[in-house]
Design a protein around this ligand. Structure first.
Ligand SMILES: [Zn+2]
Length: 141
């Protein structure tokens, strides 16, 4: 009859030991989770920061003919064999303001400032893609 008492005593001791171990495990785990949270936040912030300084690549027939930073307002006309597209950079956005293509899809697309949706003018084979100026060389190699 003494055995169960001894067992329960051991059990309590083990329980205490587990509690100490738990604390020793919980604290580093909590620290790791916190660190991971901070890293994720920094990573998201950096990802956002990357998109904050974008540029636009003007491609004609798949070839880059011009790269313009969206931080500087400008307006220029891209001429090709079948016509022209007037491109405007304003307030960190780029748009085709006028074109002599038949469908005017490029003009209707409106202004873009980021994301993966480019401005495309199919009749003129013109494409305006938002890129990151800093990572441009990395993406190219
Ligand atoms: Zn067009």
């Amino acid at each position: 009859m003494k055995a169960p008492v001894r067992n329960s005593g051991r059990g309590a001791l083990f329980l205490e030991l587990y509690n100490i171990m738990d604390k020793k495990i919980i604290i580093p785990t909590a620290a790791l989770v916190l660190l991971a949270g901070i890293l994720i936040t920094v990573w998201i912030f950096m990802k956002n920061a990357e998109v904050k300084d974008p540029a636009a690549e003007i491609r004609l027939n798949g070839r880059v003919i011009r790269t313009v930073p969206l931080s500087e307002d400008c307006e220029f006309t891209v001429e090709c064999e079948s016509g022209y597209n007037t491109v405007r950079v304003q307030n960190g956005e780029i748009s085709v303001v006028s074109a002599d293509c038949p469908d005017k899809v490029c003009v209707k697309t409106g202004a873009i400032s980021g994301g993966n949706v480019p401005i495309v003018c199919l009749p003129h084979r013109l494409e305006i893609v938002i890129i990151n100026l800093e990572n441009d060389t990395d993406a190219r190699t």
